[in-house]
Design a protein around this ligand. Structure first.
Ligand code: AVJ
Length: 319
């Protein structure tokens, strides 16, 4: 590939240490908790792609609808010559944006999956021979050093992934995004919106059980990476709407009293019958809340676009 560069800021050793730390902390904590980033090994990423095609899971389609409708406006308003995408994955939705940006010089996908970065770059370079792709193998929740490239920059953070962070984590994250931006740069962010509880719950508890399998995949990751002996059948998938916090909680509930052994940590983890592990929150937003969180990070909301059904929003904000 001609115009492709990859910069690593992640080593495998660091990832393994982080998993050990998160599991040791989270499973000895009351209540038990695991960060959602550990869902996404190869199998988990595949399951997530399958989720995005479920009839119950509307966010991906709603966001794609907005992007297709607004790509030209986003391109014109930002005037971006560099596009940075945090958590780029397959870069599938971003392609619509790139197609609307003839002046684009450099695309900087940031992801923890090297295979996803390479696959996306290959497809994009075939379609846009003049484009430079400088991929960053990095955890986007950490402060990033962006490669040299022409401004203005547009940073995009799609999928509603901001909702997987707790409010204080969101504040830290948005401040770190703000720190990447110079005057004239912008942030395009996807947020899922508060809506009817039944619609939300079925999006996270689909009839075919794909989300249940995705949720339980974190146990398979811990079994493989840390030599644990979780039996996924011992746990039930639970999705509940937390009305006060306005977020969906995904949990894994022990069906009976049991003890799990985690060899690499030399740890025994007891579960009471019905005890749960909180594996993900997925916060749902309102325009005023998004505006306030952006403002707290020094970003001004300038555009707010939703899909026709008003389920999901893309916001544009400037430094
Ligand atoms: C990857 C953050 C967009 O929170 O909706 C999907 C992950 N979890 N089904 C979300 C997810 C359960 C998803 N995001």
């Amino acid at each position: 590939m001609n115009d492709f560069q990859l910069t690593r800021t992640l080593d495998e050793h660091a990832a393994e240490t982080a998993l050990r730390t998160d599991v040791l902390h989270g499973l000895t904590h009351t209540p038990k908790i695991l960060p959602p980033k550990w869902f996404y090994d190869a199998r988990g990423s595949e399951l997530f792609e399958e989720i995005t095609r479920l009839s119950e899971y509307y966010p991906t389609r709603a966001e794609r609808e907005i992007l297709l409708e607004r790509a030209r406006e986003i391109a014109t308003e930002s005037g971006a010559r560099t596009l940075v995408e945090l958590g780029s994955g397959s870069s599938e939705k971003t392609r619509h944006l790139i197609e609307a940006m003839p002046a684009l010089d450099t695309y900087v996908p940031v992801d923890v999956s090297e295979s996803a970065l390479r696959g996306a770059a290959e497809t994009l370079l075939a379609e846009h021979p003049g484009l430079r792709v400088h991929a960053l193998l990095a955890d986007f929740t950490r402060a990033l050093r962006l490669p040299e490239s022409p401004g203005p920059r547009l940073v995009v953070f799609l999928g509603g992934t901001i909702g997987n962070l707790l409010p204080p984590e969101r504040a830290v994250f948005l401040a770190s995004v703000r720190a990447m931006l110079s005057p004239g740069d912008a942030l395009l962010m996807g947020t899922d919106l508060v809506k009817d509880e039944a619609v939300l719950v079925s999006a996270y508890d689909d009839a075919r059980g794909v989300t249940a399998e995705f949720n339980k995949n974190v146990l398979a990751v811990i079994n493989r990476e840390l030599g644990a002996d979780f039996h996924t059948a011992d746990f039930a998938h639970v999705a509940v709407w937390n009305k006060e916090r306005e977020w969906i909680e995904m949990r894994l509930r022990a069906r009976s009293e049991l003890v799990v052994k985690i060899r690499a940590l030399d740890l025994l983890v007891p579960f009471a019958a019905g005890e749960e592990i909180l594996t993900e929150i997925s916060a749902k937003f309102r325009q005023e809340g998004v505006r306030a969180e952006l403002a707290a990070a020094g970003l001004e909301l300038t555009q707010w676009w939703t899909d026709a059904a008003g389920r999901f929003a893309l916001s544009l904000s400037v430094a």
